[in-house]
Design a protein around this ligand. Structure first.
Ligand code: SAM
Length: 437
């Protein structure tokens, strides 16, 4: 434990969700007296290996999914959270005015709860502004250790100037931690692609867009001299003075894995498909400009295009910001977690980038208005905005919806939960809290 620590009232207590939007301090010795975290499936029950949209407090959701499913089995590779910043601002969809001690315990307890489920090469990205970022960094040091600190990323969130303010704040901070430490984590993170515009998905590969390179290597290597048959039936050897790029068994594996591309409608020489994470690129800077990663207003415009009839969600993050984070921190198939789901940017981008995802959102109305319909658009291929183009996203995949009721008090979100259930196909209610007639 570090010699220097932040202190706050009730730090020795735990903070559990109570009812739909409150919190309650709980003495750790009395934790066992709380009812255990329940998990109710809405719609088709298909949990393991699935993407999950959970309606409930992040801590309850982590405990319920961790205890009752296999979903965290392979470890969470990336945690991105964008919690209420505690700015005292009037936010339409949630309370952003928590007592400071409660906010700190709320963060610490949820970070502690996800810690056991992290993969070895995981990273945790916490998106905040100046209201709490300095205190949150102390909390993160406490939970993961000071040596787990990797970077503090400055994201340019807007391009317009507020002329009434002392300073026109135009950035948020994203704190990045890796429990394995920055040196080890660096060996598994991805570099930024120099120019993504030349990646194209010529064969609708579910892993995303790619570029192709010749499947040859310089010089004569006997193990790399063999015949390759093109789909059109031509039998080819490597060009004179060169070898194929890999030995025959490796070539066969690559072919089976869909990593070999034959141009000219299957008549050309074989080429190796390279996805973004396989390209040598650039070490990310810690200052991210809006040209590369978008602004809050870009995110709002995307949501307004998807839901023209709704009041805009107040604090969405742009898909291009999440695209960069998910690209750096994960590979296709890895599990991404966000327990402050909001309008669902993390889940949407993870899905379009062919990652698995779990997201939790406490406000059922936000799920009904934004998160659920957004994910339905993403899976149906009817969301042309955000990163759909660059990810060559045309729809597909699935997700489960679960409700995790608060462990203290009762949910008063019955109407929104009912409406969510009605919007899911193949409704099957489980668990003892049957709130649907
Ligand atoms: C800043 S917003 C997240 C915005 C999101 N990144 C996006 O792009 O839309 C924070 C969200 O966390 C939700 N929230 C607050 N406390 C929560 C908790 N304890 N568990 C789960 N969700 C919570 C709020 O309802 C709100 O929707």
């Amino acid at each position: 434990m570090s010699e220097v620590q932040l202190v706050w009232p009730n730090k020795d207590l735990l903070l559990y969700a109570s009812g739909s939007s409150g919190y309650e301090w709980v003495d750790p010795s009395k934790r066992r007296t709380l009812q255990s975290a329940q998990l109710e499936h809405l719609g088709t029950e298909r949990m393991d290996g699935e993407n999950i949209l959970a309606i409930g407090d992040g801590l309850d959701v982590l405990e319920a999914i961790g205890a009752r499913t296999d979903v965290f089995r392979d470890g969470i590779r990336l945690v991105y959270i964008d919690p209420p910043f505690n700015t005292n601002a009037d936010v339409r969809q949630y309370n952003d005015m928590m007592n400071r001690a409660m906010w700190l315990s709320m963060m610490r307890d949820r970070l502690n709860a996800l810690k056991p489920y992290l993969a070895e090469n995981a990273s945790i990205w916490v998106h905040l502004d100046d209201a709490e970022v300095h205190r949150a960094r102390s909390v993160l040091d406490e939970v993961f250790g000071e040596k787990a600190f990797v970077a503090s990323v400055i994201w340019q969130k807007k391009t317009t100037r507020d002329s009434r303010a002392a300073f026109s704040t135009n950035h948020d901070t994203i704190l990045v931690y890796a429990p394995s430490g920055p040196r080890k984590w660096k060996t598994s993170r991805n570099l930024l692609i120099k120019d993504a515009s030349h990646l194209v998905n010529k064969d609708d590969d579910p892993r995303g867009p790619w570029i192709d390179a010749p499947f040859t290597a310089p010089g004569y290597r006997s193990a790399q001299q063999y015949k390759i048959k093109t789909p059109s039936g031509r039998v080819l050897g490597p060009p004179r003075g060169r070898s194929w790029y890999a030995t025959e068994p490796t070539y066969n594996n690559l072919l089976e894995d869909g990593r070999i591309w034959f141009p000219k409608d299957g008549d050309g020489s074989p080429r190796l498909k390279l996805f973004s994470h396989q390209l040598r690129g650039l070490v990310p800077f810690t200052v991210w400009g809006s040209t590369d990663t978008g602004t809050n207003d870009d995110a709002k415009r995307h949501l307004m295009a998807l839901f023209p009839e709704k009041d805009v969600f107040d604090t969405p993050k742009p898909e291009s910001l999440l695209e960069r984070i998910i690209h750096i921190a994960t590979n296709s198939g890895d599990l991404v977690l966000d327990i402050f789901g909001g309008s669902g940017t993390t889940a949407a981008v993870a899905h379009k980038m062919r990652r698995r995802w779990v997201t939790a959102e406490r406000n059922a109305q936000t799920v009904l208005d934004f998160l659920l319909p957004r994910m339905k658009h993403v899976t149906a291929g009817t969301d042309p905005g955000g990163i759909s183009d660059v990810a060559s996203w045309k729809g597909g995949g699935n997700f489960s919806v679960v409700h995790v009721p608060p462990r203290i008090g009762k949910s008063d979100q019955i109407e929104a939960l009912q409406a969510i259930s009605q919007r899911l196909p193949d409704l099957r209610l489980r668990g003892k809290h049957s709130y649907v007639a």
